[in-house]
Design a protein around this ligand. Structure first.
Ligand code: AMP
Length: 461
């Protein structure tokens, strides 16, 4: 769950990268970083926290040049770690190279263990660094060939931007798990995880990088390569459900439209006889609209989200009921009192949030609370770049739908089916990754997967 951008050949490259990251902030709040190129040297600044807090005019001025890449990293609970902030920048025998990565390599830990046994010294605990080690060791004369060769040895999800003197290289893995789009502004080529980044910098969306495509951008323009053989597509459908911004175009489809259609399908599959449809903001808003439109029932913003919730606040010394959830969400009582409500959210992971929200709604006077979720039960963890808890903590991996309904205290609970979801996203099951709902992983997890997980667990704590 990261966001990446790349700019080639713009006098304000660092500024554009900054703005692009600002638009992609929802994809990661732990750290933000930019690397630029000028005079065949690369310059890096990476800061913990939000992009707007970490960068100012002076810092951006210290990032000269017309080419830039940038990265925002997803915040996980526990420790933040400055060493893991991207883009990474290092010197190797071909010169400087920087990389920013969205996705997760499933076998990086195995490859890393081999490299370490062979003397490599790693600076971070990320999978991304493994790529750079392989690139540095490759005997290929050209860095683009070295990148191709290195990525050919790794598996999993990778949307990547590399910056080397004179070239910006963007890559999407052969299954296309994570998005990556190409755009243009003032004759300058840009790449970004989501098209909403283009809107902010006044760039026009040109196209998605195709899965398995490597794009090399230099002064002569864009050169496209297909270095790897065809694989089955496995676009992450959860991007459409939750992660992406509704104003983005993702995998060729408008996110808000897909979400509304998911809501409409949800109504077809699980109608509820209610007075009002209320979404959980912000994640359930568009599915809620779709549900309400299809049902003909009124749609109301019956829960208000506080958008200024930071990491820390001073907790009351006396216990306040549902304090944790109230900090973020508060019910509009007059919209709930005496009414039967359909409460729409995008997903239910541990179930703890829903439980508290249902209780909030009841305390606000709702007479019935029917929870509707715009994706199927989340039964398996993601190993391709979405932060999910371990299987034991996934409520649907351990409880039936009826048991979950009882746990969250709802009058009824309905999940959208896989068929409903693929219909809404105008795709087919064998074109998307559905591992979190089906436990079927499109890229086999190596036997040492547990090692891989431990590696990432280490970064989390
Ligand atoms: P819970 O069931 O308490 O674990 O939380 C479910 C809520 O978390 C839903 O409202 C989702 O919008 C949100 N959510 C789902 N997946 C993620 C994720 N990977 N990271 C952060 N929030 C998520």
């Amino acid at each position: 769950m990261c966001g990446i951008v790349g700019i080639f050949g713009h006098p304000e490259a660092a500024n554009l990268a900054y703005l692009g990251l600002y638009a992609l902030q929802h994809r990661g709040q732990e750290s933000g970083g930019i690397v630029t190129e000028s005079g065949r040297s690369l310059h890096r600044r990476a800061k913990m926290g939000l992009v707007a807090d970490g960068f100012d005019r002076k810092i951006l001025k210290d990032l000269p040049g017309e080419c830039a890449i940038g990265h925002v990293r997803y915040s996980t609970s526990g420790d933040t770690n400055p060493a893991n902030a991207q883009p990474f920048l290092l010197q190797h025998h071909r010169g400087p190279i920087a990389v920013a990565h969205n996705g997760n390599l499933v076998d990086a830990a195995v490859v890393r263990a081999d490299l370490e046994a062979d003397g490599s010294i790693f600076q971070t605990t990320t999978d991304t660094e493994t790529i750079l080690h392989l690139v540095a060791r490759s005997k290929a004369a050209d860095v683009a060939d070295a990148i191709t060769e290195s990525l050919g040895q790794l598996h999993g999800a990778f949307s990547l931007v590399f910056l080397v003197p004179g070239r910006l290289i963007a890559v999407r893995d052969p299954m296309g798990f994570r998005p990556l789009s190409l755009g243009k502004v003032d004759g300058t080529w840009v790449v970004a995880s989501e098209s909403c980044a283009f809107d902010l910098i006044g760039a026009e969306y040109v196209r998605d990088l195709e899965r398995g495509e490597m794009v090399v951008i230099d002064v002569a323009g864009v050169h496209s390569f297909r270095p790897w053989g065809p694989e089955r597509p496995a676009r992450c459908l959860f991007e459409h459900v939750y992660l992406a911004r509704p104003d983005s175009k993702l995998f060729g489809h408008s996110v808000q439209r897909v979400r509304k259609r998911m809501g409409a399908e949800l109504w077809e599959e699980h109608p509820a006889d209610v007075d009002v449809v209320i979404p959980v903001p912000d994640s359930g808003v568009y599915a809620g609209m779709g549900y309400a439109n299809a049902s003909g029932r009124p749609f109301e913003m019956g829960l208000v989200r506080n958008h200024y919730v930071g990491r820390t606040f001073i907790e009351p010394t006396q216990q306040i009921r549902n304090f944790g959830v109230r900090v973020k969400l508060n019910p509009v009582r007059e919209l709930m009192r005496g009414r039967r409500i359909a409460l729409i959210d995008d997903s239910l992971v541990r179930g703890t949030t829903s439980k508290k929200i249902v209780q909030l709604c009841r305390e606000a006077g709702a007479t019935e609370v029917h929870v509707r979720i715009s994706c199927p039960p989340t039964v398996a963890p993601c190993y391709y770049g979405i932060d999910t808890p371990v299987r034991d903590e996934l409520i649907a991996a351990n409880k039936s739908v009826h048991e979950i309904r009882d746990f969250i205290g709802a009058d009824s609970l309905g999940y959208l089916s896989l068929d409903g979801m693929t219909r809404a996203a105008e795709t087919k099951e064998d074109e998307v990754c559905t591992a979190c709902w089906t436990d079927k992983y499109p890229v086999a997890l190596p036997p040492a997967q547990s090692e891989q997980l431990r590696l990432f667990e280490k970064t989390k704590r």
